[in-house]
Design a protein around this ligand. Structure first.
Ligand code: DGT
Ligand code: CA
Ligand code: CA
Length: 577
């Protein structure tokens, strides 16, 4: 798939353009990148069938961008991009992955200190060469070093959102083989952890040789690390490894249990087995005489140990084994339970997606409602709407709702916004306009690095606002890039509880914020949550399962999540100013 390669180049072009202070154009490239990443068909095929014309017919791809795609498909290069790279021969991707580093800073550091990559950046920061530069200072230098440390901790892991389509695709290919009787992905992917180290495939087959040969010759495989009759291991083009194990049918349940982990869960489970005089391993559950007691299914293993089977998302040794023994496992929210998405950005004032198209996409997903939560005026780069524009947009939503009702659709578009929490906790939209929304999301999009007390006061002021119903991405983390802001989650939860404010579980792949542990704490604190995609493009509505997965890892039940409720109940639950 060339789609992702070209998307990556377009994203970099956008960075270069931003570096040069060019307006609007970076956005066009970013938009094209998102479109490419979400395209269901390979761009190669589209071009092969319809040429340049077919490329231009893709929404979000204009003439000049279509030509660059054509150039890449024909020559493997885009000259416009190569030119940028010649002017500024730096590893931009690597440098801007560091929190606090943007394209503009990368450019200055190259020009002033000749920094081209991460190692050079770290060396310069450690030697205190960055602090004296104009516009940097000791604090920025320290932040850069902190950012590098954070990055080092997370390298080698991949976002669940990146891995999910890949895992599905490989699994479908394995399951389609006539030689394969059963196939699953185990490991952290089955537990839907927010980041994945590697993929662990298991199959039952009477012809392992054929399955192994098929696996190591998949188009995404760039390197074969091991190729044996029961286990093979490959490196995929996306950078992560995948293992495949062939398992005898009679121990498939034991293997699935063992390789699903987590390691901590397994260690605790093995101890439970030992305490009952059994032995548990990836081949099965055995008694003192090495007689197999269970092994064919996971259920029979847990059952033989006096435990209820539990969804893999719970298996982190965080109390699930005691709950399974005592019959008090949570009834987790399920992947089909969500009735609508309350955080979708539209094309108002230059965004990417018309509201009518969002509504159609939400209907196709089987939703009962969708909430348009456009950015507001403080976020100028994200096309934030001012009061007047919000009201005009609301009128458009009213009209669209009338049309939907006339067509007999049991579906409603809700009028929301994602307003900004300013440094003092104020909201960047006037109260009388907030009052005309169905609901208001407020989020922090600036000044992330406030001291803890100030951040808490800022959030307190925002949550005390009777118009603010939901706080988006409440801890501000960006996976592999930015840590949570300085705010004690306990304080945040207490505030949310006391003010009746709902916290978001943002399903955007880089965010997953709240994360699993915080979701569990929110539930325990009696705080309600909403799972939202934060989609800036209709194709991103499909991020929802990522958020649901994290909610399940946080033991969330239907009662905890307001967007599994019908619209009437949801709206009645919001704050009443
Ligand atoms: P990852 O790949 O780092 O995202 O995380 P996992 O959980 O997929 O870990 P991985 O791939 O190293 O191993 C797959 C499963 O195998 C793991 O979840 C539990 C099991 N496992 C691995 N090492 C051990 C071990 O030392 N003891 C026990 N009891 N189980 C293990
Ligand atoms: Ca793994
Ligand atoms: Ca593994």
């Amino acid at each position: 798939m060339k789609n992702r390669e070209i998307a990556k180049i377009f994203n970099e072009i956008a960075e270069y353009l931003e570096m040069e202070g060019v307006r609007f154009k970076p956005y066009a490239y970013q938009k094209a990148a998102i479109t490419l990443e979400n395209l269901k068909d390979s761009i190669d095929d589209i071009y092969g069938q319809g040429g340049l014309k077919a490329l231009k017919a893709i929404p979000g791809i204009g003439e000049s961008i279509a030509q660059k795609i054509e150039e890449y498909l024909q020559t493997g290069k885009i000259e416009y991009y190569e030119e940028f790279r010649r002017k500024l021969p730096i590893n931009l991707d690597e440098l801007i992955a560091v929190e606090g580093m943007g394209p503009k800073k990368a450019k200055i550091l190259y020009e002033q200190l000749g920094i081209t990559n991460l190692a050079e950046l770290e060396a310069a920061a450690r030697a205190h060469k960055i602090a004296p530069l104009k516009g940097f200072g000791a604090k920025t230098e320290a932040n850069i070093l902190e950012g590098i440390e954070f990055l080092k901790k997370s390298t080698g892991r991949f976002l669940l959102g990146e891995v999910w389509p890949l895992a599905d695709q490989l699994l479908a290919a394995l399951r389609a083989l006539p030689e394969v009787d059963r196939a699953d992905v185990a490991g952290s992917f089955r537990r839907k952890k927010e980041t994945i180290g590697d993929l662990d495939f298991l199959v039952v087959s009477t012809q392992p040789d054929k399955v192994m040969a098929f696996f190591i010759s998949q188009p995404d495989v760039v390197k074969v690390q091991a190729h044996g009759p029961t286990k093979s291991s490959v490196r995929l083009r996306q950078g992560l490894d995948a293992d495949l194990r062939v398992i005898p049918a009679e121990s498939y349940g034991a293997a699935l249990q063992y390789f699903s982990g987590s390691k901590e869960h397994n260690i605790a489970l093995r101890q439970i087995a030992i305490d009952q005089g059994y032995k548990l391993n990836e081949y099965g559950l055995f008694d003192q005489h090495d007689q197999a007691i269970a092994g064919r299914t996971e259920e029979e293993i847990y059952q033989a140990l006096g435990l209820a089977w539990m969804p893999p998302e719970l298996r982190e040794d965080r109390g699930e084994l005691a709950a399974a023994r005592e019959g008090r496992l949570p009834r987790l929210i399920d992947y089909g339970d969500v009735k609508g998405d309350l955080h979708v950005h539209s094309n108002w004032n230059g965004g990417a997606q018309p509201i009518a198209e969002i509504a159609q996409a939400a209907l196709a997903l089987g939703y009962e409602y969708v909430g348009i939560a456009d950015h507001t005026k403080f976020l100028r780069i994200e096309h934030g709407l001012d009061e007047e524009q919000l009201l005009a947009r609301n009128q458009e939503i009213d009209r669209l709702n009338e049309t939907l009702a006339r067509e007999g659709k049991q579906f409603r578009i809700l009028k929301g916004c994602e307003a900004n929490i300013l440094n003092d906790g104020g909201i960047d939209i006037a109260d009388e306009v907030l009052a005309q929304m169905d609901y208001v999301i407020a989020g922090i999009h600036s000044a992330f690095r406030m001291p803890r007390d100030e951040m808490l006061r800022r959030l307190q002021t925002a949550m005390a606002n009777p118009h603010v119903d939901i706080i988006s991405h409440p801890t501000g983390r960006i996976l592999k890039r930015r840590e949570e802001y300085e705010v004690a989650v306990g304080d945040l939860l207490r505030l949310a509880h006391d003010t009746g404010t709902i916290l978001e579980i943002n399903a955007y792949p880089e965010r997953l914020d709240l994360g699993d542990v915080n979701i569990r704490a929110a539930k325990q604190a009696g705080v309600r949550m909403v799972i939202n995609t934060d989609a800036h493009h209709v194709d991103q509505l499909r991020y929802m399962p990522l958020g649901i997965a994290q909610a399940r890892r946080g033991w969330a039940e239907k009662e905890d999540i307001i967007n599994v409720w019908p619209a009437t109940r949801l709206l009645a639950f919001l704050k009443k100013p």
